[in-house]
Every structure is written in structure tokens, then in C-alpha cells.
Design a protein around this ligand. Structure first.
Ligand SMILES: *Cc1c(COP(=O)(O)O)cnc(C)c1O
Ligand SMILES: *[C@@H]1O[C@H](CO)[C@@H](O)[C@H](O)[C@H]1NC(C)=O
Length: 539
């Protein structure tokens, strides 16, 4: 057969058309005609706006605003009168001096988590537990689970932590798990395992995953790091659960992973894991349930007498679950667990290098050396709180979340302005505002000392109840009422004076999510956030 030029060109062209048709087919199947057009429109707007942002005039102005905001943040971060250290001390300092400096650092002016002013972040923080954790660290300061022969006690504790958590989640007898440095690493590993499984068992080279838009950012990070295309699925009100039918439409031959949250971070809502599980079984896909936040509350909801939902290995489609020991497990920060239905799935996350000149190298997750001290802190926490302790804390924390929810739903001031998003079954309560700007409410609460979380899409704020918050939730409600009255007054005055919404002075949250956040191209937000990360390393 003779291969002339034309025929060759035709083959290439047909292949190109075939790829395009295939892409078009999956796109239309996944997002429908309207959805695909909307995606196309958004993409075009983003690109066009990107160009506008880069035009000399606008670019200069916007960059100046970004720099101004960053300068403001920098002053805020540097607002202290402690000595600055940029070189190693020339001569060794005495322990006394070092401890003195540490005292100063610990006491720096900060948002008062100790008095319950912070949403999430510090989940327990009581003295007795902190002291036990510090003692546990002290006994294992130099230990490293990379050397199980040198530190056998650490290996034993780590294995026991995984097994205790597996038990809590009703795992089948052949289920296994690992510990990681946090929820993000657990999610990264679950995505990596699904990716490698897809490659090994189905030959997938361009993997895709389908996640609720409300799922934790760690999934998108995994997509970025491991080159997995991420499809986000809308979680429409009033339930704010992921739309499982839309999820189903997005499945194609490259799909390796589905995900659901129990509960999600923004709204504290548990997705319909039962329905997602049925889908995963039918299509033979991995399903990761993100129980990082639900951690030690989810398994106790039913026992504590609260309404609950199926979410764990009792659902056959669930192949992995992440559970943060460092959230409602109350372990020290830097600790999470990841559970797999089978040992094979866990093997897919391992890294083994058989031919390194440094010797055969094998490690279970991202880190090489790891701090055994944290494992000791985690183990000591689990043992000292115990089943009765976690049941008690579930009653207290979820009970507080219910009290906050009902105060917002029924209180005269609050119910007239605020609206709860979805049905919060666990510890997070999210709400939006009917008439006022919710970010102004967040900024006003911040001025009163509260650190609540600002959400977007839709604009809202949430609070994750912790042990410290559970002691002061009534003050939260009073401050919220006062805030709403104040903001209403301000709004009235503004309208009377004929001032426009555009001209009004905006607080931090309002500035970030109001103007910058509403642009079709988020380049400005990316610049701001990148600059902020740089600031963190400014000594
Ligand atoms: C906290 C959280 C995670 C993981 O976050 P880390 O900060 O890495 O521990 C994942 N998912 C949800 C829903 C979370 O709230
Ligand atoms: C605790 O943290 C360390 C380091 O962050 C990690 O290596 C270890 O696996 C974690 N252990 C548990 C039980 O979460």
C-alpha cells in the first residue's frame, strides 16, 4: 500500500475529528446542552476578562489595589513588639531565655480561641488533655515511625490508632488504613489510590473525578498535584446536597473516583452518600467519603440520640473514608486517618523504590521521616477520652449546634434576617442574610472578636462548634442580634443619605468577597492570596 501525503493527512484529520466528537459527546452527556453552553459562556467571559485585567490601564490600577491590600495585611501581621530574629544567635541562648521568648510568642495578641471566639480550629483545648498530650510528646520526642525497629512502641501505637478508628466506622474485617499528617493528606492519598487503581486495572491514562462543589478544596488540590481532571457538581438549595443525577451524567470511561462529604465544610450538610454509593457500585468506581470534619462525631450521632444518615462502610460502594483524629478526635494538630475497604486499595497509595543506591526505600504516604511524638499524642488522646468521652462530646457539641440553629430559626431578630442553609445534622451551622450583606455581618462580628468562616457561592457564613464554642454559644447569639441591629441602622442611614452601596466602606470579608470575588475572572483573588502566602514567610 502506498502512503501518499493526502491519505496521511486524512487519517490525522479523522483522528482529530474522532477525538473532538468523543469530547463533545461526553461534554453533552455530562452537562447537557444548556450546561455546556453555560460552561462555554463562563469560559469565554473568564478569558475575555483575563485580557481586560491585563490591559495596561486597568492592570496598573488593579495591581496597585492588590499591593495596597497586601501592605495592609503585612502591617497587621507584623504588629508586635517582640525581637526580630533573622540570623542564628551568635552565641547559644540559655534555656531560660528561649523559654521566655516562647512565652512571649504564645501570648501574642490573637483571636481568643480560649474564650470560644473561634469557629473550628481548636476542637478541645482543655488543660488536662493538653498536659497529657505534652507529656506524651515528651516521651517520644526523637522517635520516627520510619524506623520501626528503633521505635517499636510508635509502630504499635500507630497500628492501634488505625484499628480503633476502623472499628468506630463499622469497617469489614479485611478493611485497612493508614495515618497521615492531616485531612488534606488523607484526601490526596485517596485520590492517588483511585488514580493508580484506574491505571492498573482499567488502563486509564487521563483520569477524571467527580466531586460535589461543596467538597473540600483538598480534592481540587489532588486534581492539580496528580493530574486528575476534576468535575464539580452543583449542590443546589434547599438541601445543599450534591445533585446525584448530575453526578451520574458526568461519569465516563475515564472516571476513577466519586466523592461525598459527611458532612461538608461550608454548610455542614451530609451528602446523600447512599445514592452515591449505589452509583459507585453500579459503575464499579471508587467512592471516597470525606469524614474529616465529621471525624469522631459522625459515628456517635445515632448513639447520642440525634438524627443521622448512612455514610460508612455499611454502604457497599464506599471504598475509602478519611477521618481526622485532629478535629473531633481531639488529637494534636497534624493527625488524620484514611481507611480503605481493602488492602489492595491501600497498596495503590504506597511508594516503593527497589533500586535506590540508599537502599530499598518504602513509605506509606507523602512524608519520609515522620514525628512519632504526634502519634504518641494522638494515641494518648484516644485512650484518655474513650468511647464515653466521645459520646459526651457529641451530645454537647451537636447539641450546641442545634441550639444555635434553633435560635437562628426562631429568634425574632435573627429569623427575620438570617436563613439556615440546608439541614445541618452535625457541628456546622451555615447561614445567609436576606437583606443585609452577609459579609458586613461577618466583619462586624470580627470587630466583636469573633472568627467565623466566610463562604461564597452562595454568600454565607458558618460556625463550626467546638468544645470552647459550646460554652459561650449564647454570647454568639446575643452578639449576632446586636450586629444585625447595628447593620440595619447603618443601612438605613446610608439609604437616607443617598449614598450608593458601591461607595460604602467595606471590611475585610466584604472587600474580598464583594468586589474581587464577584468578577468573572478570579485572577485578582489569586494574586491577593499568593501575596498573602508570601507574607507568611516574611520574618
Ligand atoms: C478540615 C477538613 C478537611 C481536611 O483539612 P485539613 O486542614 O487538611 O485537616 C477535609 N474535609 C473537610 C470537610 C474538612 O472540614
Ligand atoms: C500523626 O502525625 C504524624 C506527622 O504529621 C504522621 O506521620 C502520623 O501518621 C500521624 N498519626 C496519626 C495517628 O494520625
Amino acid at each position: 500500500m502506498e502512503w501518499d501525503h493526502d491519505r496521511f493527512r486524512n487519517v490525522i484529520f479523522s483522528y482529530f475529528l474522532l477525538c473532538l466528537a468523543r469530547w463533545g459527546f461526553w461534554k453533552l452527556k455530562g452537562r447537557g446542552v444548556v450546561g455546556s453552553l453555560a460552561d462555554l459562556y463562563r469560559g469565554a467571559m473568564r478569558t475575555a476578562y483575563g485580557y481586560i485585567l491585563r490591559t495596561p490601564g486597568d492592570h496598573g490600577k488593579i495591581q496597585r489595589q492588590v499591593q495596597e491590600s497586601l501592605a495592609k495585611m503585612s502591617t497587621k501581621l507584623a504588629a508586635h513588639n517582640l525581637p526580630r530574629h533573622v540570623k542564628l544567635p551568635e552565641q547559644a541562648l540559655s534555656a531560660e531565655i528561649v523559654l521566655g521568648e516562647l512565652d512571649g510568642l504564645a501570648k501574642m495578641d490573637h483571636t481568643r480561641w480560649e474564650e470560644g471566639y473561634v469557629s473550628g480550629a481548636v476542637y478541645h483545648g482543655e488543660d488536662a488533655l493538653l498536659q497529657l498530650q505534652t507529656q506524651a510528646y515528651g516521651k517520644f520526642t526523637v522517635s520516627n515511625p520510619l524506623h520501626p525497629d528503633v521505635f517499636p512502641g510508635v509502630r504499635k501505637m500507630e497500628a492501634e490508632i488505625v484499628t480503633m478508628v476502623l472499628n468506630m466506622f463499622d469497617a469489614p474485617s479485611d478493611a485497612v488504613g493508614v495515618t497521615t499528617a492531616g485531612g488534606t493528606e488523607s484526601i490526596l492519598m485517596a485520590c492517588l489510590s483511585a488514580r493508580r487503581r484506574g491505571h492498573a486495572e482499567r488502563g486509564i491514562t487521563a483520569p477524571e473525578m467527580i466531586i460535589p462543589s461543596s467538597a473540600h478544596a483538598a480534592f481540587r488540590k489532588a486534581g492539580d498535584y496528580f493530574n486528575i481532571m476534576v468535575h464539580t457538581v452543583a449542590c443546589p438549595g434547599p438541601s445543599f446536597q450534591v445533585d446525584v443525577r448530575a453526578m451520574s451524567r458526568l461519569i465516563n470511561s475515564n472516571t476513577v473516583l466519586l466523592a461525598g462529604s459527611a458532612p461538608n465544610f461550608p454548610h455542614g450538610v451530609i451528602d446523600d452518600i447512599e445514592a452515591i454509593s449505589r452509583l459507585a457500585v453500579r459503575k464499579n468506581l471508587c467512592l471516597h467519603v470525606d469524614c474529616c470534619l465529621g471525624s469522631f462525631l459522625m459515628p456517635y450521632l445515632g448513639k447520642a440520640g440525634f438524627k443521622t444518615q448512612l455514610f460508612d462502610f455499611n454502604l457497599h460502594g464506599v471504598t475509602s473514608i478519611s477521618c481526622d483524629t485532629h478535629k473531633y478526635g481531639f488529637a494534636p494538630k497534624g493527625n488524620s486517618t484514611l481507611l480503605y475497604r481493602s488492602a489492595k486499595l491501600r497498596t495503590y497509595q504506597y511508594y516503593v523504590c527497589p533500586d535506590w543506591s540508599g537502599g530499598v526505600y518504602a513509605s506509606p504516604s507523602i512524608a519520609g521521616s515522620r514525628p512519632g511524638a504526634l502519634i504518641a499524642g494522638c494515641w494518648a488522646t484516644l485512650m484518655s477520652v474513650g468511647q464515653d468521652g466521645y459520646l459526651d462530646s457529641c451530645v454537647r457539641i451537636v447539641g450546641t449546634a442545634k441550639s444555635i440553629e434553633s435560635a437562628i430559626r426562631t429568634g425574632p431578630v435573627l429569623s427575620s434576617e438570617l436563613e439556615i442553609l440546608g439541614e445541618p445534622l452535625v457541628s456546622v451551622v451555615a447561614f445567609s442574610a436576606r437583606n443585609l450583606n452577609i459579609y458586613d455581618i461577618a466583619d462586624n462580628m470580627a470587630a466583636k472578636g469573633w472568627h467565623l468562616n466566610a463562604l461564597q457561592d452562595p454568600p454565607a457564613i458558618n460556625i463550626a462548634v467546638t468544645v470552647p464554642v459550646s460554652k459561650v454559644w449564647e454570647r454568639l447569639i446575643t452578639d449576632l442580634e446586636q450586629t444585625i441591629n447595628e447593620e440595619r441602622d447603618k443601612e438605613k442611614k446610608r439609604l437616607e443619605s443617598g449614598e450608593t452601596a458601591k461607595g460604602k466602606a467595606a471590611g475585610d470579608a466584604a472587600a474580598l468577597y464583594g468586589t474581587a470575588g464577584s468578577l468573572p475572572n478570579k485572577g485578582v483573588v489569586v494574586d491577593l492570596a499568593t501575596g498573602f502566602l508570601d507574607l507568611l514567610y516574611q520574618a
